[in-house]
Design a protein around this ligand. Structure first.
Ligand code: ADP
Length: 494
């Protein structure tokens, strides 16, 4: 991506703190955002450094990284760490927080290989938060000083509390909620090992119903709070979606805003995607059929011209409404639909999908696990994408499916409501219809919406219109980055 600086405006210095970053360490949307948003900022000429733990995948990817500082003097019970640096081709600098005792483990960033949370997560992400705060303070060991510290989710949300209680900030802080469900809750006793003062454990501090909450701390002390879609920003202020933090969010509503995520224009573009069988664009949609055939082959689905393929790539959880799809599956199969499902999560849901695939060989293809290239093939090869989330802060998969000409069926909540326009008479007429939405989180409501989608799919000219409407809208970070730049400028007075 060519780099350019907006004429006449000074570039910004941003420290982006994150617990995952694609393609090296990713469990969900945060990993994608942590990779693409800094890249989009760098492409505009801003100076962006991304602080991330030195997980094995990152250390292996960058053997030539440079050690630039030691941050061994961090107090509390946390282990000392080193900071190393590597500059990516896209202009972003990665700052790896190297602490072998915390981050060099086999397993995921938050859990071991059996799905259990690492027992020392409080210290692992306490260290990450403290390091982020340190680099945004007068005590930083680096000459480079950010103007904005951008924290993401609970794993880095304790940083503003350190800036409040322990350090002199040089940067304004932004805390972005990618998913309010994960509040980073730990026992009260942890505050001593984290080097937080006893007086921080109050309702106006880091305390949350008798526990320490990393996310609450960020929402309390962050200069600005953002979440990843305008609708979710409104929803989290309501009791039903607030996870007990809605009162605080209502209190801080003047500094809360919703900024829709973007899509990585390089990784998720059907015209250039290297992980799909055949590239295509808005004018060559017939080529999508090659991907449908390839997807069927990979998942053991029968070639049947009359069968729509319903795709899903998702964490298999209650949040994602995976159970609703399972409950609606049999009637859809009876109508001749096929399923292409990729995901992992709650064992009961994984088991239900396995059983469904056993009962319907050739019609239900399921891959339990995390598989980046199959995820791209599901987006490119399915006819319809399913995303019936009970709540959805932003959701990336529905944007990928729009970009890939695979109209989504979604529940109208959060970022899904902000991106998917239901097919109705008026939306067809004004050219905005790009998918199908429903309101109630029930299997019959989902079923009805999928049936509407299948009916539309059987009407080829109508289907092309819906596909093209989705593909024509630019969801890329090239556009989505601007509200962040505006926010940073407001904060720095630049
Ligand atoms: P969330 O972050 O809540 O899981 P998003 O839709 O925002 O949901 O982002 C999910 C991201 O993770 C997408 O990039 C999606 O393709 C990817 N993903 C989820 N499950 C899998 C999987 N089993 N294999 C590959 N990619 C997956």
């Amino acid at each position: 991506m060519a780099r350019r600086k907006a004429a006449g405006t000074p570039s910004l210095r941003v420290l982006f703190a994150t617990s995952e970053i694609a393609p090296w360490v990713k469990t969900g949307g945060l990993g994608d955002v942590a990779s693409a948003l800094p890249a989009a900022l760098a492409a505009q000429g801003h100076g962006v450094r991304v602080l991330v733990p030195g997980y094995p995948a990152l250390l292996a990817a960058f053997p030539d990284r440079m050690r630039i500082a030691s941050i061994g003097h961090i107090a509390g019970a946390m282990l000392p760490a080193d900071l190393s640096s590597v500059r990516l081709d896209n202009g972003v600098t990665l700052l790896l927080l190297e602490c072998p005792g915390y981050y060099e483990r086999l397993g995921g960033p938050y859990q071991d290989r059996t799905g259990q949370d690492w027992p020392d997560n409080v210290l692992r992400f306490g260290l990450l938060s403290k390091a982020a705060a340190l680099l945004a303070s007068t005590a930083s060991p680096l000459d480079w000083r950010p103007q904005v510290l951008h924290c993401n989710d609970w794993q880095t949300a304790l940083a503003p509390a350190y800036l409040h209680y322990r350090l002199q900030p040089v940067a304004a802080s932004v805390v972005t909620i990618h998913n309010l469900a994960f509040r980073g809750l730990f026992p009260h006793a942890a505050i001593a090992s984290l080097d937080l003062p006893p007086e921080s454990f109050v309702i106006d501090g880091v305390e949350f119903h008798g526990h320490l909450s990393f996310l609450k701390a960020g929402l309390q002390f962050g200069d600005r709070i953002t979440t990843v879609s305008p609708t979710y920003a409104r929803e989290i202020c309501e009791h039903i979606h607030g996870f007990g933090l809605d009162g605080l969010l209502r209190h801080r509503h003047t500094v809360l805003s919703g900024i829709l995520n973007g899509v990585d224009p390089v990784e998720w573009n059907p015209a250039t995607d290297t992980l799909i069988d055949r590239n295509y664009n808005l004018d060559t949609l017939d080529a999508k059929a090659t991907n449908k055939a390839g997807l069927r082959k990979r998942l053991g689905l029968l070639a049947d011209a009359s069968a729509p393929v319903l795709g899903m790539v998702s964490r298999m959880t209650h949040q994602k409404g995976c159970d609703l799809v399972i409950a609606a599956a049999e009637p859809l199969l009876e109508q001749g639909a096929q399923f292409a499902v990729l995901g992992s999560g709650e064992s009961l849901m994984e088991e239900a999908w396995r059983k469904l695939a056993e009962r319907h060989p050739g019609a239900v293809g399921v891959r339990i696990g995390f598989d980046e290239s199959l995820a791209h093939m599901v987006e490119a090869g399915s006819d319809v994408f399913l995303m019936p989330s009970r709540f959805e802060p932003c959701g990336l998969n529905q944007m990928y499916s729009l970009a890939y000409g695979t109209p989504p069926v979604v529940r109208a909540t959060g970022g899904l409501a902000d991106t998917v326009v239901d097919l109705t008479g008026p939306t067809r007429k004004d050219g905005s219809a790009n998918g199908f939405t429903f309101r109630d989180a029930t299997a019959p409501a989902l079923l009805q919406s999928v049936q509407r989608a299948i009916d539309a799919w059987r009407d080829a000219p109508l289907w092309r219109e819906i596909q093209r409407n989705g593909m024509a809208r630019d969801f890329s970070w090239r556009h989505a980055v601007q509200p962040y730049v505006d926010l940073y400028r407001q904060l720095t007075g630049a």
